[in-house]
Ligand binder design. Structure first.
Ligand SMILES: Cc1cc2nc3c(=O)[nH]c(=O)nc-3n(C[C@H](O)[C@H](O)[C@H](O)COP(=O)(O)OP(=O)(O)OC[C@H]3O[C@@H](n4cnc5c(N)ncnc54)[C@H](O)[C@@H]3O)c2cc1C
Length: 395
């Protein structure tokens, strides 16, 4: 006999775990199926303040605040030519009550948030892999390593594996973004003093390349370099590549001068993609499984958790009347609302990859209203229609 739940979420990353927590808290019989044994490495380590209200809503914020994770009060962008920097301090945003987020090692963070979903009442199957899924108008049937499972609604939160997107050929590479990221963890990277210790530093490099430095609680810092696929030479010596790229900015070079690598070097490419639709009668996609643009503004986890919140609202409505997700335009409205914030992130990303981001922003941030508006956007507050940047189509 197959295992059965009202709702099954495939993938126990931040998106799947947030959705599982939200639904379980409303009394839904929800299960999460996660393939990997945790802790495991995952990329995506810098969080945004705009996600914090949702983590408060599901009761996860206390875990973040418990001292394991370093507070992130701002993001600084340093130009490689002039060494000029622009700083977005999150206290300056529209919501001074959310002055920070956190930098997290995902091995620990993902374990914590999936555990939280379980504490909220979600049933977690781990390790278990969904091999394929078939949906009719009234239910979904999953073939998994634990056998067959059925549910009324299934959510694909499988991240870049994008089970439904690949199975149903709904995914396409993003037309403008085609980058490669090379990264590792280091010890001994120089940090900013005091409360600025947890800031993310983005170093702008020549030819639209850039580097991130994300400090964790303790000794480790995540360091990565992003460049376009046309510049990155497959088969290059990765250690040498990182060294060359990181040395192109005097400031970054100085921060890295006593650094020692403490993990393998990883490479990820072609990670930017969109999907033509996010829903069917009995299925939805959330998080990276639906869409991922670019890591420059650390938007991935926020978009994923926001999509989880939006998806939970759709599923709760559907469970009331047992209707299809496509009825009453629910699926279309979910896509429209998710894409609203995603396209604003896209506009901000385009601004970054345009000319003179640091100089332009430095000037803009001298005006108080603009500082608030841009800082809010960099903090991830992209679904807030009150921001004049969105009203005036600046972003
Ligand atoms: C270079 C780079 C840097 C990034 N930096 C940041 C950053 O600083 N901040 C940020 O917010 N985001 C960042 N991101 C994006 C971030 O990694 C993702 O947006 C985020 O992890 C998405 O969360 P998710 O829950 O949707 O998917 P994931 O976190 O990928 O979780 C999906 C889960 O599904 C599981 N799974 C997959 N297939 C199956 C299956 N068939 N059966 C069962 N389980 C399955 C996986 O094991 C995984 O645990 C970065 C991305 C890249 C490429």
């Amino acid at each position: 006999m197959s295992l059965s739940h009202e709702v099954i979420i495939i993938g126990g990353g931040p998106g799947g775990s947030t959705l599982g927590s939200l639904l379980a808290k409303k009394g839904v019989d929800v299960a999460i199926i996660e393939r990997e044994v945790y802790p495991r490495f995952h990329i995506g380590e810098s969080l945004l303040p705009a996600t914090m209200p949702l983590y408060k809503e599901i009761g996860f914020y206390e875990t973040l605040k418990s001292g394991k994770y370093i507070d992130k009060y701002g993001a600084r962008f340093v130009d490689f030519k002039s060494q000029d920097e622009v700083y977005f301090g999150f206290r300056d945003g529209f919501n001074p009550d959310i002055p920070n987020a956190f930098e997290v090692e995902r091995s620990q963070f993902d374990r914590d948030i999936l555990n939280h979903a379980s504490l909220c009442g979600a049933k977690v199957y781990q390790p278990a892999r969904v091999k394929s899924a078939q949906c009719t108008k009234t239910q979904a049937t999953l073939q998994t390593t634990l056998g067959e499972m059925t549910c009324e609604y299934v959510i694909d939160a499988t991240g870049r594996d994008a089970l439904f997107g690949k199975q149903n050929k709904l995914r396409t590479a993003h037309p403008d973004l085609n980058n490669v990221a090379v990264f590792a963890h280091y010890t001994g990277v120089k940090r900013n003093p005091g409360l600025d210790e947890g800031d993310i530093t983005i170093g702008l490099l020549p030819n639209r390349a850039w580097t991130w430095l994300i400090p964790f609680k303790g000794e480790r810092t995540s360091v990565g370099v992003v460049c376009t696929s046309s510049i990155f030479k497959v088969g290059s010596d990765l250690e040498e590549y990182l060294h060359t790229m990181l040395s192109m900015s005097e400031r970054v070079k100085d921060m890295m001068k006593d650094a020692e690598r403490c993990t393998e070097i990883s490479v990820i490419s072609n990670y930017s993609h969109v999907s033509e639709t996010y829903c069917g009668d009995r299925w939805m996609m959330a998080g990276d499984a639906a869409v991922f643009l670019d890591p420059i503004f650390s938007s991935g986890v926020h978009v994923s958790c926001t999509s989880a919140k939006l998806a939970s609202e759709v599923i709760l409505k559907c469970l009331k009347d047992r209707l299809s997700i496509l009825d009453e335009d629910r699926g279309a409205r979910y896509k429209k609302e998710l894409d609203k914030g995603v396209s604003r992130f896209h506009n901000l990303i385009s601004l970054f990859y345009g000319d003179n981001f640091v100089q332009q922003m430095k000037k803009t941030l001298t005006l108080e209203n603009s500082r608030k508006a841009f800082t809010s956007a960099v903090a991830g507050d992209m679904w807030n229609d009150n921001n004049f940047l969105f009203q005036k189509n600046v972003l």
